[in-house]
Design a binder for this molecule. Structure first.
Ligand SMILES: Cc1ncc(C[n+]2csc(CCOP(=O)(O)OP(=O)(O)O)c2C)c(N)n1
Length: 688
């Protein structure tokens, strides 16, 4: 028997599972969802009261059946813009649904996000993870939730999470995304309790599903995928659909690893309110209308289980419920969201560390930076069982930079482990874990290789804001980068910390020595906000970055620069590997030069920089990132504006020109800010 024949299950034709479902309740929710779509499509959209409308018309049945089966205390669902029927079943109120579309205060996001991008926090029962606008982004966070369920139940012995599952909903277009494949790999290789719930309406916007996966059927194509239970159902067949959903949920709940269920559904409206569906032939539109699951549900229940009068009464009740909620929402003295309010919730406020914690308790011997990082990770792993560390090669090998050497054998493979080679997977997985309350610390092997994770990183940064403080994912992403002591190259030596400064919601930490690395990493691992922790490759074992290990309790505050050398003639602002070069350059000039190590890029210490410039009247910024729109440009703009009257010379910048770092070592050094070049610029700025 072929593998696909073994794993693809077609549910029996008509087992009539009527006793297991509260059909009347389901009809109510179905009709409510229809009434909401009707009201939006026929009233609010033409009146331009809402700007986005993504009708769930045609998708309701499967979602409602699924939602009624999410009975695990720690179940988590990651949905997308067509998932409103599921949310209505799980407790989203009609007025919150309407408020979200109308961009009113309250609702799901306080007018911040488009109406159908939902979330639903729950202290018990199914949580709906924050959705996002990007197709495919819903997948990898769901793997993190599934992983957290298993970790909580098996390692932390939390009885609440036992038997809980993660579910991710997606359309047939979404199966072409990187996120889908990253999540599928993670879920199947780790055999996670996760259900992929694919609602195949035959189109991704205007593109047919045959363009998304060969033959247009992802379930059939995945027949040979190991560790994946596969099922299919057609939502015009009510009993078959109910059976297939029930069986898939049960399979995952029983701990048999992940499952993928493909439901065939019609899309009965355009992709969104603006879409006329001109790309669909009239015969297909007619066929879709004929395949409306609501008609089939009616046949299935009326008159045997529900009288025609009862059905009609439920229809009227649903329409009336929507009208009533709209009347309340539109007339309520609900304040419009304000600008002041919209400025909140990018970051949570972390309590500053205690005075004691910021004082180093130095050991006699000096430690290099990588050993300091390893010790910090080790201590935090010991202190907090919610800390997990993963990434490429961080397990048995201990990381290509050795930051996690020995940690897997000390703490076990459930705490420190290798990930698949997918940066989107690593970050999205971490986001889901953090949403579930764990404290993941992930390693991206080299700065450039964070690029595949860009979407997950950006969405993680805006998560607290988008959900108006309902959710956050405080992950730590360790990223080695910059030139190495031996050579550079375009792949392993990228800096580009400014990219993360520009991404909203990230703390960006860039230590120049072992002591600061310890204090900043520990602070990041305890922060309520996500952090990028930049590890400069040339500093990991450089003598200049060695410091006595400052102790297991040492923590540094963010946004507090260090004046590493005081001076009165020039302020130099720098960070990372340039700190030491600037100190050497300053020594060559014989002038009195203040050197400030910024230590954290977001937040950055404006006060220390501005106070220094006000005294010295001159400012030079030195960084390794490329010149154009490097972070130096931001500092220069602030200094030019805020210290304008104090300046006796133009604010100067030295940075790498706008080219990648070359491999040839001498060539690389000619590109990097060199000690002599820095010294010359220092002298000329002082002379100006
Ligand atoms: C990454 C990304 N690319 C493109 C889009 C624009 N877009 C929004 S929905 C959509 C089609 C998605 O189709 P599918 O996943 O099948 O879901 P359906 O709308 O059919 O339910 C596209 C192209 C997007 N939101 N995100």
């Amino acid at each position: 028997m072929s593998r696909s024949a073994q794993t693809v299950t077609h549910a029996p034709a008509d087992p009539r599972p009527e006793h297991r479902f509260d059909w009347q309740h389901m009809v109510k929710t179905f009709l409510l969802s229809r009434a909401l779509d009707d009201f939006e499509e026929k009233t609010l959209l033409p009146a331009k009261q809402i700007n986005y409308q993504f009708s769930a018309r045609g998708h309701e049945l499967g979602q409602i059946l699924l939602a009624t089966l999410l009975t695990g205390e720690c179940d988590g669902v990651s949905g997308y813009y067509r998932s409103r029927p599921l949310l209505l079943t799980l407790g989203l109120s009609v007025s919150d649904a309407l408020k979200s579309g109308l961009a009113k205060s309250g609702g799901i996001s306080d007018g911040r996000d488009i109406g159908v991008v939902f979330n639903l926090p729950k202290s018990t029962g199914p949580t709906v993870l924050p959705m996002a606008g990007g197709v495919g982004t819903q997948y990898t966070p769901a793997t993190g939730w599934a992983h957290a369920i298993r970790y909580s139940s098996e390692t932390l012995k939390d009885a609440r999470s036992r038997g809980s599952i993660a579910v991710v909903l997606g359309g047939d277009g979404s199966v072409a995304t990187n996120g889908f494949w990253a999540a599928l790999n993670i879920a199947t290789t780790r055999r996670l309790p996760m259900l992929f719930f694919i609602e195949d309406n035959g189109y991704g916007l205007s593109v047919p599903s045959t363009v998304q996966t060969p033959g247009g059927n992802i379930a059939r194509n995945l027949g040979a995928f190991k560790n994946l239970h596969i099922a299919e159902a057609d939502t015009t067949r009510i009993a078959q659909t109910a059976e297939a959903i029930e069986a898939s949920v049960a399979k995952v709940r029983a701990g048999n690893g992940p499952a993928l269920l493909r439901l065939t559904v019609p899309r009965l409206s355009g992709h969104s309110g603006q879409d006329t569906q001109a790309y669909k032939p009239a015969s297909l539109l007619a066929e879709e209308r004929a395949n409306d699951p609501l008609t089939f549900l009616h046949h299935y229940l009326v008159p045997d289980r529900l009288s025609p009068e009862h059905w009609t009464a439920l229809e009227e009740e649903a329409a009336e419920g929507v009208r009533r909620a709209y009347a309340e929402v539109s007339t309520a003295a609900e304040p419009e969201p304000t600008r002041e309010h919209a400025m909140r919730y990018v970051f949570a406020h972390d309590e500053p560390p205690s005075e004691d914690a910021t004082h180093a308790q130095p050991e006699p011997a000096r430690s290099n930076m990588i050993a300091a990082i390893r010790r910090t990770l080790e201590y935090e792993l010991k202190e907090n069982r919610k800390v997990l560390i993963f990434g490429e090669d961080v397990g048995a090998k201990g990381g290509v930079h050795t930051a996690t050497m020995g940690l897997q054998s000390a703490f076990g493979a459930d705490r420190v482990f290798d990930s698949s080679l997918s940066e989107e997977g690593i970050v999205g997985n971490a986001v889901g874990m953090a949403l579930a309350g764990l404290r993941p610390v992930v390693e991206i092997q080299f700065r450039k290789y964070a690029e595949p994770a860009t979407e997950q990183l950006n969405d993680c940064g805006t998560l607290r804001w988008r959900t108006a403080n309902r959710f956050s994912a405080p992950i730590v992403v360790r990223i080695p980068g910059g030139f190495s002591s031996k050579c550079g190259d375009p792949w392993h030596s990228v800096s580009s910390e400014v990219t993360f400064a520009h991404a909203i919601g990230w703390q960006v930490l860039y230590p120049s020595n072992a002591e600061d690395a310890t204090g900043l990493l520990r602070a990041a691992m305890r922060s309520a906000n996500p952090s990028i922790f930049f590890e400069h490759r040339a500093l990991l074992d450089s003598p200049s970055a060695r410091r006595p290990y400052p102790g297991d309790l040492f923590v540094l505050p963010f946004g507090v620069a260090k004046v590493v050398q005081s001076g009165s003639e020039l302020t130099v602002v720098t960070w990372g590997a340039m700190v030491e070069r600037c100190l050497r350059a300053a020594a060559l000039t014989g002038a009195s030069i203040e050197v400030i190590d910024l230590r954290t890029i977001v937040p950055w210490d404006r006060e220390t920089v501005l106070q220094s410039v006000q005294r010295t009247s001159r400012c030079l910024i030195v960084h390794e990132d490329t010149m154009t729109a490097g972070f130096g440009a931001e500092i220069a703009a602030v200094v030019a504006r805020e210290a304008f009257l104090s300046l006796d010379a133009p604010v100067e910048r030295i940075a790498v020109p706008d080219i990648p770092l070359p491999y040839n070592t001498a060539l690389m050094e000619s590109i990097l800010p060199g000690v002599e070049v820095i010294a010359e610029q220092m002298k000329s700025t002082i002379r100006f």
